[in-house]
Design a binder for this molecule. Structure first.
Ligand code: PHE
Length: 451
């Protein structure tokens, strides 16, 4: 008998938790920098298309599995499969993706902690200084980085082990609007800057120069990463969903919010980039270089905003980080009979060790030995998870709901909420579009088949 999950979210609890998971560093740190590296417009278009055609379907599919199973990931696949339940248990591999993501994700949360201190003490006075400061932190001062990373990892584990997740999500209820307000203020400010038009053009008009087929996989991968799909996080949260939550509306709201925040962040960041005459392809430091420089330029108001911004970004990151570890913790609790605190600290410790490697991979001292081929470990973890493993997880989820769950059960749950036309489209997406499109993208990237 599968262990049932006893916790229940309240009416909007699931939306809060799922939004907390989706909106994070992916929107504000990662989206702008990978867009910069991949030439802008076409990349954004592929990302948006993936969100609409593939992301939304998978998101809803995951919510459905979670809601129906009411249990951890492995038990969910095993228990809901109409045939081959023992084979479907293997879909539990998705739980491990989170461990790898969290290892570099919490390194970035560490950077944000460091930048809260920077905002409180002294912001860099211009772009050049900001760039030097970031690079020094990243490549030279790894002791500082390690300190903040350790703090981040400990906080994440502590929050989960204390079961105060709901509390954190409530705080996020204030933090998310705070961050959005700051983003909107920056957006308004950005409209007065010289680079605004260029930023819009960069983001929304296709430029094929820097775009190549591997950009497609990064864009598709990012759609997965930013929506937290393909790795059982949404599924795990949905296992505590309240009976009265409309799963279609909830899914749409989270996806829409996530996308809007990423686009606004992108517009702001590229406006600053172009206004200061620098390059959009700065890599992982983009946000940490442009934003502090802008905050400084905005004077006292900017300095205050900087503090609030990095604090709310830390919250956005933490609520995502908590969600990333959750599938593993729930699995260990349910199937290995571990206590919450053992499951949490145990898995967090493994992540911590792997994270140290990711962290050191960016440094001058250890970079060379932690580089394999074209990427260092930090970039490998990021690439492997977002571009390969999460899309693979997405196929598994789509195929499961499309072919292996009880058809009447799926239809009864979803069709009344969206009508038969959209229901049929959703099924087409799960059964054909997701598996075919993602397989083609993955084959193409691995060189097995080239466009
Ligand atoms: N969606 C989060 C973000 O954009 C990251 C994340 C990935 C969270 C995978 C959960 C699962 O920051």
């Amino acid at each position: 008998m599968i262990e049932k999950n006893k916790e229940r979210f309240g009416r909007i609890g699931f939306i809060l938790a799922a939004a907390g998971s989706a909106v994070g560093l992916g929107n504000i740190w990662k989206f702008p920098y990978i867009t910069g590296e991949n030439g802008g417009g076409v990349f954004v278009l592929v990302y948006l298309l993936t969100v609409v055609l593939i992301g939304m379907s998978i998101f809803l599919a995951e919510v459905l599995i979670g809601k129906k199973a009411n249990s951890d990931t492995v038990s969910a696949f095993e228990g809901l499969a109409t045939k081959g339940g023992h084979i479907w248990k293997a879909a539990g591999f998705t739980i491990f993706i989170g461990m790898l993501i969290l290892s570099f994700y919490s390194v970035v949360i560490g950077w944000i902690f460091h930048y809260i201190v920077v905002a409180l003490t002294a912001l860099p006075t211009n772009m050049k200084e900001a760039e030097e400061a970031f690079m020094t932190m990243l490549q030279v001062n790894w002791g500082t980085q390690l300190f903040y990373f350790s703090l981040a990892m400990f906080l994440i584990a502590f929050i989960i082990s204390q079961g105060v997740k709901r509390g954190i999500e409530k705080v996020n209820l204030y933090m998310m609007p705070a961050m959005m307000t700051i983003l909107v203020v920056m957006l308004v400010y950005a409209t007065t800057m010289s680079g605004f038009g260029q930023s819009l053009e960069f983001l929304f008009s296709p430029n094929f120069e820097k775009f190549n087929t591997s950009s497609i996989i990064v864009a598709v991968g990012h759609a997965f990463f930013t929506l937290s799909i393909g790795m059982a996080v949404i599924l795990t949260y949905a296992s505590s969903i309240g009976e009265d939550t409309n799963i279609v509306k909830a899914s749409l709201s989270v996806v829409a919010l996530d996308t809007i925040i990423a686009l606004v962040a992108g517009i702001v960041i590229f406006t600053i980039t172009f206004s200061s005459g620098t390059e959009p392809g700065k890599g992982a430091g983009l946000v940490f270089i442009t934003l502090p420089a802008l905050f400084y330029e905005m004077g006292t108001v900017g300095s205050i905003m900087a503090i609030f911004f990095f604090i709310s970004l830390a919250f956005a990151g933490l609520t995502s980080a908590i969600s990333i570890l959750e599938p593993m913790v729930m699995y260990l609790e349910n199937r290995w009979d571990m206590t919450k605190s053992k499951a949490t600290y145990g898995s967090a410790f493994v992540v911590y060790l792997v994270g140290i490697l990711a962290l050191l991979a960016n440094t001058k001292d250890f970079g060379a030995i932690l580089t394999i081929g074209s990427k260092n470990l930090f970039d490998w973890f990021d690439f492997l998870t977002a571009a390969i493993l999460m899309p693979l997880g997405g196929i598994v989820i789509a195929v499961f709901v499309g072919y292996f769950m009880d058809k009447d059960m799926v239809r009864d749950e979803v069709e009344p909420l969206m009508g038969s036309t959209f229901y049929n489209l959703w099924m087409i997406s799960l059964r054909y579009i997701v598996p075919i499109a993602i397989t083609l993208v993955l084959l193409n990237e691995t060189g097995i088949w080239k466009i």
